[in-house]
Design a protein around this ligand. Structure first.
Ligand SMILES: [Zn+2]
Length: 197
């Protein structure tokens, strides 16, 4: 344990994803050694991002405006809706340049061990979007891991009674990881090879 505020810094850093106690300590001492201006810039970016970035009121993507750039783009079609876990998955799918529909961000995946249930995700918003009747296909582009599988199974059951085709990405994505771990070609192939569930 370090004294006061240094330990506070290590504790806060240790709460970040992928940062263990050793890394938290290393980053804390890096910041203590770094020059004032650099640390101040980091602090400002952290505060600004929380103050200014919001989530698109339609799809849940991170956005600078009420509606994100994808939701406000008139050249995209409402007929295909791609359901993803996080905003970063949108970035991965946009990179393959195959998709011209809209997205819906769930904000995570069903994870009973981690205490995340269907009500913690933006599933009600998804159902109300589908209620407008414009969507013909829903693509479940969820992570190829246990939580993604559980979420896809749950959504497939929920969407089954609707007049909409539900598809999933073809297999071939690296199992156990995040969607955005896959390289563009693999993800592109999984996207184009999607099949109905
Ligand atoms: Zn949006």
């Amino acid at each position: 344990m370090y004294e006061g505020i240094v330990q506070d810094l290590i504790d806060e850093l240790g709460k970040l994803p992928g940062i263990g106690p050793k890394s938290a300590q290393r980053i804390a001492f890096h910041l203590l050694d770094a020059d004032d201006a650099a640390v101040r810039r980091l602090a400002e970016v952290l505060v600004n991002v929380k103050d200014t970035v919001r989530f698109c009121e339609v799809c849940g993507n991170v956005s600078a405006e009420e509606k994100c750039r994808i939701c406000s783009d008139p050249r995209r079609t409402d007929e295909v809706l791609c359901v993803v876990e996080e905003s970063k998955d949108i970035v991965a799918i946009e990179r393959i340049r195959e998709f011209r529909g809209r997205y819906h961000v769930l904000g995570g995946a069903i994870d009973p061990i981690g205490g995340v249930g269907p009500n913690d995700l933006r599933i009600a918003q998804l159902m109300s979007r589908l209620g407008s009747g414009e969507t013909q296909e829903v693509i479940l582009a969820l992570d190829p891991n246990i939580e993604g599988e559980a979420t896809a199974a749950y959504l497939s059951r929920l969407l089954a009674p609707l007049e909409v085709t539900v598809t999933r990405l073809a297999s071939g994505l690296p199992v156990g990881g995040d969607l955005d771990y896959a390289d563009e070609m693999t993800l592109g192939r999984a996207f184009l090879g999607r099949r109905a569930v």
